[in-house]
Design a binder for this molecule. Sequence first.
Ligand code: 13P
Ligand code: SF4
Length: 365
Amino acid sequence: MSFDGVEDFRRGAEAVDASLSVLKARNARYPHIPRPDLSWTPEVEAATRHLYQKVSKVIPAAEWPVMAPYIKAINELKKIRHAVILAHNYQTPEIFHCVADYVGDSLQLAKLAVNSDADVIVQGGVHFMAETSKILNPSKIVLMPDMDAGCSLAASITGSDVRLLRQKYPGVPIVAYVNTSAEVKAEVDICCTSSNALRVVESLQSDRVIMLPDRYLAENVAAQTNVKIIAWHGACEVHERFTADEINAYRDTMPGLTIIAHPECPREVVEVSDFAGSTAAMIDYVRENKPKRVLLVTECSMADNVAAETSGTEFVRPCNFCPHMKQITLPKILDSLIYMRDEVTIDSAVAAKARKSVQRMIDLG
Ligand code: 13P
Ligand code: SF4
């Protein structure tokens, strides 16, 4: 073996040793936990009664005996694992109201976790959200209950696509919606959410800005600014299915209806709505304005989650399911906590660059 070969071998052996000792330390900190008993017993009923009260408007009593044992087990395991659960507004009510520690829109979740002293974050949401949590909480273990929970927007663009855009439009600043992978965030100048997109675009003080990956969010921002927006062609498979005809039909047949849309909807849908904003902004609108009848033009579970805690408002649900959000279930969350899986990791150089893009947006306030 040449001298170089011996050196390579030595370095390889050292790397294996280092990974083994990280694994050993992790196993010592998070020892094996046997699967809890998941029977419906009087003890489970008593321990979860207060939680059922929170969701009784939207979860039939007949379904509770199946959910409650998982909910009790998850809430106990969170303490043992020093874990918090983050649930996006599109998670189902039993997750959102009964096991989550923090709830919110895509960005709020990751920011809220920074203030927690938990060691472990279990992401109730899709993969890009777990990556954002890891980007903002690099020392915490971030677990995804299902690694296949993706997003049509995040899947529509890669880091090398962004590098090609830079070549095609030299000097034009690039804004990435938070619904993107860490690899994409690492290549752009700044991130945005659906509620701050206009402010982010105008903060760049450029007459042209590239917005990716959501062409509808880009169109909705372009309608409010003189900045020329160059858009990528991605779309949210849930929101792009709504049409203005469908929304107008509700308006025509339901008097006194307030219509609130997510800006991932096509422009024509936002135009016929009374308000558009991120999922958190939509919830705040309902809380503050207390409409008699409201139509939330977004994913199904959000109306359920708001309806569970609201009285005096009738919720009309023209909803579309997000199949990715629905991959996250109570049994998978329980498995995440028992087996400490699946951990979200991001290359440290990529994470550092992505953090700059996210932080630049946060610093805008
Ligand atoms: P926000 O919660 O940030 O509004 O995003 C909506 C969404 O579609 C997330 O998947
Ligand atoms: Fe992605 Fe749309 Fe699902 Fe949100 S609702 S995770 S944007 S596919």
